[in-house]
Design a protein. Structure first.
Length: 202
């Protein structure tokens, strides 16, 4: 199924939540950040969704993500999942992740986003399933906003129409990955409840 092109918003609305929730990691207090975004569905309708990040991409959170992603310190995946635990939306029926490019997964031996979401599933009891397939090997890290918009595309598996799904990733920057994931899922009939990221680059 072809993936519809994501809408390019003129601006994102990013807000901090009013409450600070304990993350469970070294007593850190994480302030959730909320970003409202939109995509164009296959039917030509604009669909809004929210991305919630447990933390800014800084300090211990940044260090842990980098260690997991580039130094293969897999024990940190559960710590990062704990940061997401307070922001999992009510009514989630399925957790999935935005898969990394095949070349990078093979080089690292694992998809770090999958590790995080599988720990999150174990912590919440919400089922975890791989439902997104990434097309191409476009690199996100270090790319410009324009390059990110055209470099990431996903195809979603069908057969789960109406299932309330939440998409998880490690870091959200421009939101291009989340928009592509939401477009693919909505086009395959999923009910997208929102997106979660461990950290957000402001």
């Amino acid at each position: 199924m072809p993936v519809p092109n994501p809408a390019r918003p003129s601006a994102h609305r990013t807000n901090r939540s009013a409450n600070c929730s304990r993350s469970g990691r070294r007593g850190a207090c994480a302030m959730a950040l909320h970003r409202t975004d939109s995509v164009q569905t296959e039917a030509g309708r604009s669909m809004s969704f929210e991305t919630v990040a447990a933390s800014l991409f800084e300090g211990e959170t940044r260090d842990a993500i980098i260690a997991l992603k580039y130094r293969n310190e897999r024990r940190l995946a559960r710590d990062l999942a704990l940061l997401l635990l307070p922001v999992v939306p009510h009514g989630a029926e399925l957790l999935t992740w935005a898969p990394t490019a095949t070349k990078r997964r093979m080089a690292r031996g694992v998809d770090h986003a999958e590790l995080i979401v599988r720990h999150l599933g174990a912590l919440t009891g919400v089922p975890v399933r791989s439902v997104l397939r990434r097309e191409g090997d476009g690199r996100q890290t270090g790319s410009t906003r324009d390059e990110r918009e055209v470099s990431v595309r996903f195809v979603a598996r069908g057969g789960m129409t109406g299932t309330g799904v939440v998409v998880v990733d490690d870091v959200v920057t421009t939101g291009a990955t989340m928009r592509a994931a939401v477009s693919a899922l909505a086009g395959s009939g999923f009910r997208v409840l929102g997106c979660l990221a461990v950290a957000m680059v402001p």
